[in-house]
Design a binder for this molecule. Structure first.
Ligand SMILES: Nc1ncnc2c1ncn2[C@@H]1O[C@H](COP(=O)(O)OP(=O)(O)OP(=O)(O)O)[C@@H](O)[C@H]1O
Ligand SMILES: [Mg+2]
Length: 239
């Protein structure tokens, strides 16, 4: 049975997809089998970050509709499998049908990471339907923090118990100049348990996720992946 983890946020553009790829790559490096499921209907982007857009033929909508066998819809991206999402909404995509489709892959992987769209309505509900754990990504600015808190509340109301917070694009200097909240304040305001803090890393901005050990975010994602595996890793910042 796979650990099924939705990566969500509330506000858009905070780094969900980047975190999904980074954590997926690190879990795969640790020899786990990993499936990334794109949940961002109409705005899919995991394929772009993984560099496999040209190879996509089917998506999970085709699996739900029976247009292809479940494994035919997968694209291998260097040790990680990708199941991309449809380009348009359709009334056949319900939390039940999406959950049933994801469960078809449950026995095939150690981890299934589901990249949620921005927002906390239909797309968010579809993306979180099969998940038993959640990672909420937020930057340390007030607006994102509030939406992360709302996303956490919504998942909690739906009965999810394991919800953890990733603070992304953290810059100490911006905290000092009061452009960003400090880490304690973000934790207080989201009321979520922290799983890791990822620094600003311009390599990510240029599409390079977990490509070099020397890039500023590399170690942060290694530690987050370890904590996902329930390893005891202290939460002290290393940057
Ligand atoms: N730690 C980081 N340092 C620098 N840039 C980052 C970092 N994380 C993400 N980014 C950049 O922020 C932008 C948004 O990232 P990403 O697409 O992962 O966010 P998202 O939450 O998935 O967005 P959406 O809500 O649109 O799906 C991208 O340009 C990405 O390269
Ligand atoms: Mg995204």
């Amino acid at each position: 049975m796979a650990e099924k983890i939705v990566i969500a946020s509330g506000k858009g553009g905070v780094g969900k997809t980047s975190c999904c790829v980074a954590i997926g790559k690190e879990l795969a490096r640790r020899e786990h089998s990993v499936l990334l499921v794109d949940g961002d209907i109409g705005l899919r982007s995991l394929d772009v970050l993984l560099g496999v857009s040209e190879r996509i033929v089917y998506d999970w909508g085709d699996v739900i509709k029976g247009n292809c066998m479940k494994d035919t819809a997968l694209v291998n991206a260097g040790g990680i499998d990708l199941l991309t999402c449809p380009l348009h909404f359709d009334e056949t995509y319900t939390p039940e049908s999406v959950k049933e489709m994801i469960m078809l892959f449950d026995g095939d992987y150690d981890y299934i990471l589901i990249d949620a769209p921005a927002g906390i309505d239909t797309g968010f509900e579809l993306a979180s339907s099969a998940a038993d754990r959640a990672l909420i990504v937020s930057t340390a600015d007030r607006v994102c923090v509030r939406s992360a808190s709302r996303a956490g509340e919504k998942l909690e109301q739906a009965g999810m118990r394991d919800i953890r917070l990733i603070i992304n694009r953290f810059r100490r200097k911006s905290v000092a100049s009061r452009k960003l909240l400090n880490i304690d304040k973000v934790i207080d305001e989201t009321m979520l348990q922290l799983i890791g803090v990822v620094p600003e890393d311009e390599n990510i901005t240029f599409g390079k996720v977990m490509e070099r050990k020397s890039q500023p975010s590399y170690d942060a994602f290694v530690r987050i992946a370890g904590r996902i595996k329930k390893e005891q890793i202290p939460l002290t910042l290393k940057f």
